[in-house]
Design a protein around this ligand. Structure first.
Ligand code: DLL
Length: 442
């Protein structure tokens, strides 16, 4: 729930007709759009034509959204195999923009957009920013990177739709960011949660918290915990919101949490979500964790059917306190590919983050290093000692180290080697933080 200070924003719903629509009405829109997108890819994308032919599927077999399970999946590998323009469903002159993401290995993942796709993207980000109470009177300091990455431009498109002022800082140069935030009177800022924490700490150190007009933080592009949200909120006395998206689907603005913070509302009139058991591909029940899969319902340039995001979450379909009927996905625990299996146990960086932030004495800056020593997996967690607790007294540090080890063992279910390091010694990221180094040759 939003803080009292900011309670005036409560009722901002940009498109109540869509966002609070009944399930039947929404399904009617989804069914019509799904039929049209299936026809489009069948007729214009050889990749989908071949996949559907192999499955003996014709566009006429999809009579409504309830038939979505009949459609083929699309994976990141399919995007790579068809790089850069193989999945495009419009003539090249209708593509007005490409955006991408670098990923961890090899080539970019590239997405193409028509003018309508960009308009829908801007509208969805505008809906998302409205959830955080942002309107025309706001000044949004955007320190996501501008470029192929969708963060900077995506937030910018949303600000433009709202008529709010965008301050396109892009990433980097923290001192200058803080100076501009103060000088231009920014009321909102947008960046990854890891960079938000670093910025917040830097503002506090500079003694400038009271000089800032910021009241809202918009953070996403990487997993983060409720504990991290609270940490950033407490330092700056603001409210922070979680925004989700991926370039393959549109960029930021696929989902966003409202002031009640009970999960992220998915704009399901454009992006149809399914949560599936990654092993059986069967749908998970509401509240049950699985892999998030999206079908784009309105995209023209590069529509995707049942795209496997590898992001793990669960879905809830009851009406939210804000009045929105849009389903909510829970804060992400991580991706199937950043989950580490250590001595047979599944470990996510977000578990480590939540545990560290709950205990005090250490700062929420950490790294996980996985090694294989004499055939055994060894997890080392490197964590900064909180400045307030930093002390040269070896005994105190030893005690702290034991405590961190105990809390991590209780949380993860495996023993962990703890390395306490000095405040500010772990490298800060301006974009997505790299939390895990896996040295095992798996
Ligand atoms: O990260 C788009 C974005 C930009 C979202 C700015 C939010 C804000 P990609 O670079 O394609 O796009 O990376 C997409 O990032 O599949 C998730 O694994 C992760 N991700 C994005 N948002 C969140 C979030 C952008 N709020 C990948 N929580 C996704 C957790 C997130 N993970």
């Amino acid at each position: 729930m939003a803080r009292v200070k900011n309670a005036v924003w409560q009722e901002k719903i940009r498109d109540p007709h869509i966002e609070c629509m009944s399930r039947d009405e929404m399904q009617a829109i989804q069914s019509e759009r799904l039929q049209s997108v299936v026809k489009r890819v069948y007729e214009h994308t050889p990749f989908y034509y071949n996949k559907m032919k192999e499955m003996g599927l014709e566009p006429g077999d999809i009579r409504g959204i309830e038939d979505i399970h009949k459609l083929p999946f699309t994976t990141k590998e399919d995007l790579r195999d068809n790089y850069p323009f193989g999945l495009v469903a419009v003539p090249q002159e209708e593509i007005v923009r490409v955006q991408g993401t670098s990923g961890t290995t090899g080539k970019l993942t590239l997405a193409s957009y028509s003018q309508k796709d960009v308009d829908v993207w801007g509208e969805c980000v505008a809906r998302a920013l409205s959830m955080a109470g942002i309107d025309q009177s706001d000044r949004i300091h955007v320190c996501y990177g501008y470029g192929l990455f969708t963060g900077g431009l995506g937030i910018d498109f949303g600000a433009r739709e709202l008529g709010a002022m965008s301050i396109p800082m892009s990433a980097g140069n923290t001192k200058r960011q803080i100076m501009c935030m103060e000088d231009f009177g920014a009321t909102a800022f947008a960046c990854t949660p890891s960079y938000a924490l670093y910025l917040a700490e830097s503002i506090r150190e500079a003694g400038l918290v009271d000089k800032m007009k910021i009241r809202v933080g918009i953070h996403g592009a990487e997993p983060w915990t409720e504990e991290m949200r609270k940490e950033i909120e407490d330092i700056l006395d603001i409210d922070c919101f979680d925004i989700y998206g991926l370039c393959e689907i549109t960029g930021p603005g696929v989902a966003m949490d409202c002031i009640h913070h009970k999960g992220l509302h998915v704009f399901e009139d454009h992006f149809y979500p399914e949560v599936l058991n990654p092993k059986t591909n069967e749908p998970c029940a509401d509240n049950e964790s699985g892999e998030l899969v999206f079908t784009t319902l309105s995209k023209e340039a590069m529509p995707l059917l049942r795209y496997r995001t590898k992001d793990i979450t669960s879905i809830q379909r009851d009406v939210c306190e804000c009045g929105r009927t849009l389903p909510r996905i829970q804060k992400f625990t991580g991706r199937t590919d950043d989950m580490k299996v250590i001595r047979g146990v599944n470990v996510f960086p977000t578990q480590v983050e939540a545990a560290l932030l709950s205990m005090g004495g250490v700062a929420p800056h950490y790294k996980m290093i996985v090694d294989r020593v004499e055939g055994q997996d060894v997890l080392t967690v490197m964590v900064e000692v909180d400045e307030q607790y930093f002390s040269d007294e070896i005994r105190k540090l030893d005690e702290l180290k034991q405590r961190v080890g105990k809390v991590l063992k209780e949380t993860l279910g495996i023993s962990v080697k703890v390395r306490l390091v000095e405040p500010k010694s772990i490298e800060r990221s301006e974009g997505k933080a790299v939390r895990v180094i896996d040295n095992r040759d798996l």
